[in-house]
Each structure stands twice: as structure tokens, then as C-alpha cells.
Design a protein around this ligand. Structure first.
Ligand SMILES: Nc1ncnc2c1ncn2[C@@H]1O[C@H](COP(=O)(O)OP(=O)(O)OP(=O)(O)O)[C@@H](O)[C@H]1O
Ligand SMILES: O=c1[nH]c(=O)c2[nH+]cn([C@@H]3O[C@H](COP(=O)(O)O)[C@@H](O)[C@H]3O)c2[nH]1
Ligand SMILES: NC(=O)CC[C@H](N)C(=O)O
Ligand SMILES: [Mg+2]
Length: 509
């Protein structure tokens, strides 16, 4: 892989944003936990120390061996990272009188320093801290201040080590991108040549070297991630790739046929397997969300294993795993709390004697889409809303039956088609319908009804990590409600989900 910036994570909610901003500068970067620092190879051009929910004054606060890094390559400490630098070398960090959260303005900037080049007086910055650097160690110079924070930025004399109290990665810091560019390009000397094309060439070469003449079997879902991953593997090894598209009985209306058809035009070798009943049997009677997810994950693996055995010489299982899936499973204190078990993360069971190949496990969703477009994958696939592997099973609250799936497929179809017909589909990052396990009373044609409730959900997001509900036009929502209640038997009430993530999640289970 090309030159890169290493981001050491102390657990800040903004660490992923730092990575995104650096990549937007066409510079590759990776996030690693502060206590699992990788080998510092010559490809690493600089280090960013992230913020943290911890205080440097806490007993057992996250710490690392800065002596082994300082002076060897450029370092930028952000918030906690800067406080750690100050404290460890003899400075003083104290609780600030007021917890500084929100907008502030740089009242003093020393633009002689590379980090501060082209930053303007009064520039808005985003603060989020409870501690403040009262005294800097000897040899540390203040290079920017706000009216209430004297040490808003510092540099260590004679080396490219910097600290900033504010968060350049947050868009509320109006010149944050300029500051990060100063660090990554001026100070670290990165060439800004990391593009989709570079990624594609390097990945194909890497896949060729790794897989050689072995055979690969891969689960293909019609979604963006697996389609892009399969195309990359196909470019690398051609006919030695076999894709398997599983009809788990939890797909959307007509999806199995439509997706198989769209892959025909892409030259991929795709086998469709109809194993609906196997999934329904495994799900029978299960109501608890995690039990449902685990059962689905298990059957998926069984099916892939069966299919792999049908192809002589298969050594690899291809997966469409992307970077957020990986980050979520390696937090700084070991694996983070399991919020939802994604069925494709966590390794394969022992009985599967296959190695895993995941060409997209360093990319964010929007980057995957960019790569897909560069590979000229049809927009009908690249522009698709994400759809979870466990499918409608996590949108049917309670137990799963074929009849409930049928009902939800009809509702989902009306909603998604409605979004397309009204030019709203591309305004929305992901949308779907949820079948609730409750009945409510209605009246239809003078008759009392006692039928099911569905919820509609449409969110905006960049990478699914955070999301906001979309303000769909009332007229549109009204129309959808009418159509659903009139056309789908057994549904007499429609509600719209107005929760953002966090504190809710996109899927209900
Ligand atoms: N119906 C399916 N048949 C075969 N493999 C599947 C199926 N559903 C999911 N998978 C596998 O599980 C992986 C994870 O699914 P996930 O939904 O996260 O990604 P995706 O479907 O490729 O993309 P998207 O997030 O855009 O839907 C996929 O990359 C694919 O390898
Ligand atoms: O392939 C998948 N397997 C899963 O188990 C899974 N769970 C959630 N999702 C998708 O991930 C994104 C974030 O979802 P949540 O906010 O519900 O966690 C949303 O895009 C969800 O649709 C999944 N995708
Ligand atoms: N955002 C941060 O890194 C905050 C650092 C530390 N927890 C503080 O409150 O000052
Ligand atoms: Mg999917």
C-alpha cells in the first residue's frame, strides 16, 4: 500500500472523521488502537493522536510510548492527544473552569508555522473538552489561542510535533481541512495521489499475488459492497471466481430474479440458490433479535460451505466486508459492546477450511461506491440503498413467517417504488419498512378492522455510522399511507419513524 498517515485512536467519537478528512485529501490512512501500534514502516509519513472521552489526569488513562515516536516523524495531537503530549513532558493539564463545548474563534494565530499557514484571524474552531493545558513544557511554543484557551495550538521546538486543543476534523471548524492539509501535505510531505484508480490497480495486483491460481467462492447479495468486491476479484482471477447468491426468503419483492438478471450483464459467474425453507425452518419460533441474527448467520455459513464443496479446489471465501464493519469490532478496549451481530464479521467456524479474502476492508461505503463507479459497475447497483444481510427478518419484529415476509415485501415495494417515482430515492441513503408485532383498531367500509401496523423509515447518512431521519414531504407520506393501507391486505395503519442514530439505530433489530 502507498504512503499513509497513522491515526492512533484513544476512543474519541470523532476518530473516524479524522480518517475521512485525511482520505478526502487523497491520502491513505489507517486507524489503530493506541495500545496496538503497528510497525512504523517507511510508508508511514506521520501520526495523528486522536481525542478521547478519558482525561489525561485519570488513573490508568490511555497512554503510549511517545519517546519512541517523537522526532522520528511528524506528530499531530488532537485534543486528548495534545494534552497527553503536554502532560508527559512536564506541562500542566487542569480541569478548565468551564467545560468548553462548541464554537470558538482563533484570536491569535502565528502563521509563520507550517501548521498555521493560510489560517485566518477569527477563524471558527470546534471545541469539546473539559481539561485545559495550563502550562506548556519547556521547548513548547504557543502557535494559536482563542479568547478563553491560551494554548489552542502548540509546536515543539526543533521537531515536527504539534498539538491542537480544537477538532479540525469536525466541519464546524471552518478551516479544519486547511489545517489537516498543512499537516499531511506540507509537514508530512504526502503526495495526495491516493485515488480510486490507484486503489483498484494496487488491489488487483495484490489479489493476483495472494490468490494465484486458487479458486474463490463468494457470497453475492446484489448490494454495493459484495458487487464491488466480486468485480475486483473477478478482474484479478477471472473464471476462478464463483459467486453464490442466496435466496434466504428474506429478500425484497422480486429481488432474487432481478439481481440475478443484472449480474448476467456483468460477466460474473453467479449461481442462485433457493434455500428459503432452510432459513424459515432455522428461524421458526425465534423472536429475540440476536437469536434471529445468529440463526441467519449460521445458515448462511452452512450454505456457503455446501456450495464451496461442489466446486473442486476452492481455497478462499470472498467477502464484501468494509471498513466500518472492521472498526466496530476492534475498539480500544477490545471488541466493543455488541450492538448488533453483523453476520459477516467474526471469522469462519473451524469446520470451514477456507481463507477469507476481503478487498474492501479498508474502505468506507462512499469510497466503495467511488471505486464501483471507476470499475464501471452499473449505477443501478452502485446507487442502491444498503440492504442488511439478514434482510426482512430484522424488519419483522417478533417471529418470522412466510406470510409476514409476503406482507412486508408488498409494503416495502410500494414505499421504494414510490420514492423512485417521486424522484426521492437518491435523496435518501437508506429506506425500508418495518412490520410491527402489534394490531390496532381501524374502520374500513363501515366495518371494524383489527390489523397490523407498519413503520416507514428513511434516513440520510454518509456511511451508516450516524444517520438522521429524512423530512419526506407530507404529501408523499400521505400518499404512501393510502396506497399501503388500500393495497396490502392485513395492514390498517402506517407510521413514520422520526428517530436519528444515535440514539436509535437504522434497523429496528
Ligand atoms: N443473499 C445473499 N446471498 C449471498 N451472500 C450474501 C447475501 N446477503 C449478504 N451476503 C454476504 O454478506 C455480506 C454483507 O452484506 P451487506 O449487506 O453488508 O453488504 P452488501 O449486501 O454487499 O452491500 P450493501 O450494504 O450495500 O447491501 C455481503 O457482502 C455478501 O458477501
Ligand atoms: O449486512 C449487514 N448485516 C447485518 O447484520 C446488518 N445489520 C445492519 N446492517 C446495515 O448496517 C447499517 C447500520 O445499521 P444499524 O444502524 O441498524 O446498526 C444499515 O445500513 C443496516 O441496514 C447490516 N448489514
Ligand atoms: N475531545 C477530547 O479529546 C477531550 C479530552 C478530555 N476528555 C477533555 O475533556 O479535555
Ligand atoms: Mg446487503
Amino acid at each position: 500500500m502507498a504512503e499513509q498517515i497513522l491515526i492512533l485512536d484513544f476512543g474519541s467519537q470523532y476518530t473516524q472523521l479524522i480518517a475521512r478528512r485525511v482520505r478526502e485529501l487523497n491520502v491513505y490512512c489507517e486507524i489503530h488502537p493506541f495500545n496496538k501500534i503497528p510497525e512504523i514502516t517507511s510508508e508511514i509519513k506521520g501520526i495523528i493522536l486522536s481525542g478521547s472521552p478519558c482525561s489525561v489526569r485519570d488513573e490508568g488513562a490511555p497512554d503510549l510510548d511517545l519517546d519512541s515516536l517523537r522526532g522520528k516523524l511528524p506528530i499531530l495531537g488532537v485534543c486528548y492527544g495534545s494534552q497527553l503530549l503536554a502532560l508527559k513532558y512536564g506541562g500542566e493539564v487542569l480541569p478548565s473552569e468551564i467545560r468548553e463545548y462548541g464554537r470558538a474563534n482563533l484570536s491569535h494565530i502565528d502563521t509563520h508555522y507550517d501548521l498555521m499557514k493560510e489560517m485566518t484571524h477569527g477563524s471558527q474552531v470546534w471545541m469539546s473538552h473539559g481539561d485545559t493545558i495550563k502550562e506548556l513544557p519547556k521547548g513548547f511554543e504557543v502557535i494559536a489561542s482563542t479568547s478563553s484557551v491560551r494554548v489552542a495550538a502548540f509546536k515543539i521546538e526543533g521537531e515536527d510535533t504539534y498539538g491542537i486543543q480544537f477538532h479540525p476534523e469536525v466541519t464546524h471548524t471552518s478551516e479544519g481541512k486547511n489545517l489537516l492539509r498543512n499537516f499531511v501535505v506540507q509537514i508530512c510531505g504526502c503526495a495526495q495521489d491516493w485515488t480510486s484508480d490507484v486503489f483498484i490497480d494496487a488491489t488487483i495486483a495484490d489479489l493476483k499475488a495472494k490468490i494465484g491460481t486458487d479458486k474463490v467462492v463468494m457470497g453475492l447479495s446484489g448490494g454495493v459492497d459484495s458487487s464491488v468486491a466480486a468485480t475486483l476479484i473477478h478482474r484479478a482471477i477471472g473464471e476462478n471466481l464463483t459467486c453464490v447468491f442466496v435466496d434466504n426468503g428474506l429478500l425484497r419483492k422480486n429481488e432474487f430474479e432481478e439481481v440475478l438478471d443484472s449480474y448476467k450483464h456483468m460477466g460474473l459467474n453467479v449461481i442462485g440458490v433457493d434455500v428459503k425453507q432452510q432459513f424459515y425452518d432455522a428461524l421458526e419460533g425465534l423472536t429475540e433479535p440476536e437469536s434471529k441474527r445468529k440463526a441467519i448467520g449460521r445458515v448462511f455459513i452452512e450454505i456457503f460451505d455446501e456450495e464451496a464443496h461442489k466446486i473442486p479446489g476452492v481455497k478462499w471465501l470472498g467477502q464484501g466486508t468494509i471498513y466500518p464493519d472492521v472498526i466496530e469490532s476492534v475498539s480500544i478496549n477490545g471488541p466493543s459492546a455488541t450492538i448488533k451481530s453483523h453476520h459477516n464479521v467474526g471469522g469462519l467456524p473451524d469446520f470451514m477450511k477456507l481463507s477469507v479474502v476481503e478487498p474492501l476492508n479498508t474502505l468506507f461505503k462512499d469510497e466503495v461506491r467511488e471505486v464501483g463507479r471507476a470499475l464501471e459497475i452499473p449505477e443501478t447497483i452502485i446507487g442502491r440503498h444498503p440492504f442488511p444481510g439478514p434482510g426482512l427478518a430484522i424488519r419483522i419484529l417478533g417471529d418470522i413467517t412466510a406470510e409476514k415476509v409476503k406482507t412486508l415485501q408488498e409494503v416495502d415495494h410500494i414505499f421504494i417504488q414510490g420514492l423512485k417515482d417521486h424522484g426521492l430515492y437518491d435523496e435518501v441513503w437508506q429506506a425500508g419498512a418495518i412490520l410491527l408485532p402489534i394490531h390496532s383498531v381501524g374502520v374500513m367500509g363501515d366495518e371494524r378492522t383489527y390489523e397490523k401496523v407498519v413503520a416507514l423509515r428513511a434516513v440520510g447518512s454518509v456511511d451508516g455510522m450516524t444517520a438522521d431521519w429524512i423530512h419526506l414531504p407530507y404529501e408523499f407520506l400521505g400518499k404512501m399511507s393510502n396506497e399501503i393501507i388500500n393495497r396490502v391486505k392485513g395492514v390498517n395503519r402506517v407510521v413514520y419513524d422520526i428517530s436519528s442514530k444515535p440514539p436509535a439505530t437504522i434497523e429496528w433489530e
